[in-house]
Design a protein around this ligand. Structure first.
Ligand SMILES: Cc1ncc(COP(=O)(O)O)c(C=O)c1O
Length: 347
């Protein structure tokens, strides 16, 4: 049962002489005597974090209301506290990884990623081994935005062999805790779950976890450096709800069938449907939006449609009826610019 939302529902009549300034109480309260304190939790938040850790297979998990970005910063600060100065990272890591390294005065050792038909491939085992030799820890992203898993088993073996920690940015993989063989928590010492992306949490809801008590203690200290001291109760309640949300075999099956029927890229993650529209991407996106259907992204070669256990099978069928009639263009061998088209800097 979700503990935080039960606490919020069970509140008595409130006269609010506390923040937030809207004075309406309800779910959007602050840290009060009965609602616990995220900085030093001992009540309902501590209980929720313990139960989340149990679901995710962690020794310790920490609720975040500041997105996976906060989790990435916290993991990197934790390895820095353990003595790491250089972090091996895939070239296409999220900007938060490079920003955290910059803030902490650490050096990235970049593992190259090839691209195939405009899609960045996960770094090879050899490339990870090379980068890890020059670094004190390894960070992977799994799954990536295109729905491919990092070579996590090989990375775990490399890190064990070198006695170095493995961090995984699972901003797009919180739904995978049901399947430990493809889940960050099955391999990493520290990992992030972007609960708001692929499970039904409010935007910015995330969790950062540690596999052992020793890493958990370092993570507890580093999380305090980055997360807000005014955490949103609606977001925290939604994270707990989302982590405990049941698996939906019906939508998972429907997603895999959709990939086959509509010639999607055969990726590994059921929540990410990648349709190659090539040079007709923009036209396809406009046609979809005219019908009130919005994809997650258009990278100039592919439209990506992001699912979750809350996606309705009938909505997926409607998507299929529309995309099945849209013309497809050529996807070039390489991305048009020769660069990998994600996370580019704005103007
Ligand atoms: C791989 C990856 N890591 C981290 C983040 C940061 O997540 P958030 O936006 O929840 O802070 C993102 C966001 O898109 C991402 O794609």
């Amino acid at each position: 049962m979700p503990k935080i939302s039960d606490m919020l529902k069970g509140q008595g009549r409130h006269l609010s002489f506390h923040t937030p300034g809207h004075k309406r109480a309800g779910a959007d309260i602050t840290e009060l005597s009965y609602s616990d304190n995220l900085y030093a939790p001992h009540g309902v938040l501590a209980e929720a974090e313990r139960e989340i850790a149990a679901v995710l297979g962690a020794a310790r998990s920490f609720l975040l209301t500041d997105g996976s970005t906060c989790g990435v910063f916290s993991m990197i600060a934790a390895v820095k506290a353990a003595g790491a100065e250089r972090l091996a990272v895939p070239a296409c890591s999220h900007p938060s990884v490079f920003h955290a390294l910059e803030v902490m005065g650490m050096k990235p050792v970049v593992a190259a990623q090839a691209a195939e038909r405009g899609i960045p491939l996960q770094p090879s085992e050899e490339e990870l081994g090379r980068a890890l030799k020059e670094a004190d820890a390894l960070l992977l992203t799994s799954p990536d935005y295109y729905g491919f898993f990092a070579p996590m088993e090989a990375a775990r073996a490399l890190c064990d062999g070198a006695g170095k920690p493995l961090l995984i940015d699972g901003a797009h993989g919180s739904h995978l805790h049901f399947t430990p063989a493809c889940y960050a928590g099955g391999y990493a010492d520290l990992w992030v779950d972007g609960v708001h992306k692929s499970l039904p949490a409010l935007t910015q809801g995330a969790v950062v976890s540690a596999k052992t008590e020793a890493w958990g203690e370092r993570l507890r200290r580093s999380v305090r450096l980055f997360r807000t001291t005014s955490p949103s109760y609606p977001i925290m309640a939604s994270v707990e709800y989302a982590v405990k949300y049941p698996r939906s075999p019906a939508i998972e099956r429907a997603a895999e069938a959709f990939k086959r029927e509509y010639a999607c890229v055969p990726n590994q993650d059921w929540t990410k449907l990648l349709i190659p529209f090539g040079d007709r991407c923009a036209e396809a996106q406009r046609a979809l939006e005219r019908r009130g259907v919005y994809p997650e992204f258009n990278d100039g070669n592919y439209l990506m449609f992001y699912l979750s256990p809350c996606t309705k099978v009938r909505d997926l069928k409607r998507l299929g009826r529309i995309v099945g009639k849209l013309p497809r263009g050529e996807v070039p061998g390489q991305a048009p610019s020769g660069e990998i088209p994600i996370y580019s800097e704005g103007p």
